[in-house]
Design a protein around this ligand. Structure first.
Ligand SMILES: *Cc1c(COP(=O)(O)O)cnc(C)c1O
Length: 430
């Protein structure tokens, strides 16, 4: 018998991970608002704790509503397994946790979400981990930054604050040469625009807070494992390749193969770090994901129109959107995110810092918020907010200089978005 044809994205975003509820026939995924699950008998309980049988024990580890979401995101990314957690930042720590130890480091792109720069440059030091930031356009610098203690390479697909597309094919080739996993934050692209695993990523992390939920209601995160990395090859990942003392000596890679990372993240990561997603949150994100492709198409269509209009505006110095022919990343965008370069970009104003502040204060349809990937159009002046804690050099490297605002284009009527920008730019210039 031939393999059934794999289902398309639009089908998976509605059906993956969900079957009618076996207890009630409920068509939608029920919100399993429960902390614990009754064991059939003592033998069943033992099998669950030994990971010999997959089932539910306690909702800090797994919950059926959250599991449906993890399976759906996994299907959309083309992964082997996935784990959801409480936020995008939690997903980053959870992704690193099985790989790292005191004295180990990661090498990350300079072009990152502001909060990630702070997490990697400051907070992870408390665990004895460190991060070296390099410009991922400079492949020699990237190779040179990798040392014997490096355990992962980290970047974003469409990098915050927008307009930069990472050459995932080239970066994953460098990670392969070094025998290291590549972790890609795919939040700004969403799995509809980019599938990092197809470009060689080992792990994909998401802030589900953004496009996956799509309406600014809940925070959440997800880690998808490609299942392709050989954790045992180098001896650098003992939590996965050797008996894990934190789980009665289980050797995860040997016992679970391509699901080793996923099971470790649940059985040790969620169990002991407790960065758990709650079922109500998972429900909102499941609702959002059902329309992901439709929303992303509209986000991209609007972003194209708004970016082109802004580029021609006399008050505008520069628009960095990889969907514009003027972008140095326009060709790369077609390879890495063929369905569109996202809806996040920056605009530099000739009027500098003051004009940016005036623009932000004069907009009526746009919301001035520290968020992105909402159905609503959003704006932020990164230098005075999200990237405020960074040094001027870090701001420059991240593309968040003082005369730049970041736009997250929503799915309203493009004409209304442009009209709002037009009236606010007039005030900012005057
Ligand atoms: C928002 C965001 C994060 C952090 O996610 P939270 O859900 O806010 O913790 C990480 N990376 C990117 C690219 C983001 O946009």
């Amino acid at each position: 018998m031939s393999e059934p044809k794999p289902q398309g994205f639009d089908t998976l975003q509605i059906h993956a991970g969900a079957t009618p509820d076996p207890a009630t026939g409920a068509r939608q995924v029920p919100i399993y608002q429960t902390t614990a699950y009754v064991f059939r008998d003592a033998e069943h309980a033992a099998a669950l704790f030994n990971l010999q049988e997959v089932g539910y024990i306690y909702s800090r580890l797994t919950n059926p509503t959250v599991a449906a979401l993890a399976e759906r995101i996994c299907a959309l990314e083309g992964g082997a397994g996935a784990v959801c957690c409480s936020s995008g930042h939690a997903a980053q720590i959870m992704a690193l946790f099985p790989l790292m130890g005191p004295g180990r480091n990661i090498v990350a792109s300079t072009r990152l979400y502001g909060g990630t720069v702070t997490q990697f440059s400051q907070t992870i030091k408390r665990f004895g981990w460190s991060c070296t930031f390099v410009d991922f356009e400079d492949h020699d610098a990237l190779r040179a930054a990798i040392d014997d203690d490096t355990r992962a390479i980290f970047c974003e697909s469409i990098a915050n604050p927008g307009g930069y597309i990472t050459d995932l094919d080239a970066i994953s080739a460098i990670a392969d040469e070094a025998g290291l996993p590549l972790i890609v934050d795919n939040t700004s692209a969403s799995p509809y625009l980019c599938n990092p695993i197809k470009h060689g990523a080992t792990l994909v992390v998401h802030s589900t807070t953004k496009y996956l939920t799509g309406n600014g209601t809940v925070t959440g995160g997800c880690i998808v494992d490609s299942g392709k990395f050989d954790w045992s090859a180098s001896g650098k990942f003992p939590s996965l390749s050797e008996p894990e003392p934190a789980y009665h000596g289980l050797t995860f890679h040997e016992a679970l193969g391509p699901m080793a990372f996923t099971f470790h993240s649940i059985a040790v990561g969620l169990r002991d770090l407790g960065m758990t997603m709650n079922p109500q949150g998972a429900h909102y994100t499941l609702m959002g994901i059902e329309t992901l492709s439709l929303r992303m198409q509209k986000h991209v269509e609007n972003a194209q129109k708004v970016a082109a209009w802004l580029e021609a505006h006399p008050a505008v110095e520069k628009v960095t959107y990889a969907g514009l022919p003027s972008s140095p990343y326009a060709e790369r965008a077609k390879r890495i995110c063929p369905r569109g370069a996202g809806a996040l970009f920056t605009v530099a104003l000739k009027g500098g810092y003051d004009a940016c502040v005036k623009l932000v204060d004069s907009l009526e349809l746009f919301s001035h918020v520290a968020n992105l990937g909402d159905a609503r159009s959003l704006i932020i002046h990164s230098a005075s907010t999200t990237h405020r804690q960074l040094s001027p050099e870090q701001q420059e490297a991240a593309g968040a200089v003082p005369n730049v605002v970041r736009l997250s284009i929503g799915i309203e009527d493009a004409d209304d978005i442009i009209a709002d920008l037009e009236q606010a730019l007039a005030k900012a210039a005057g």
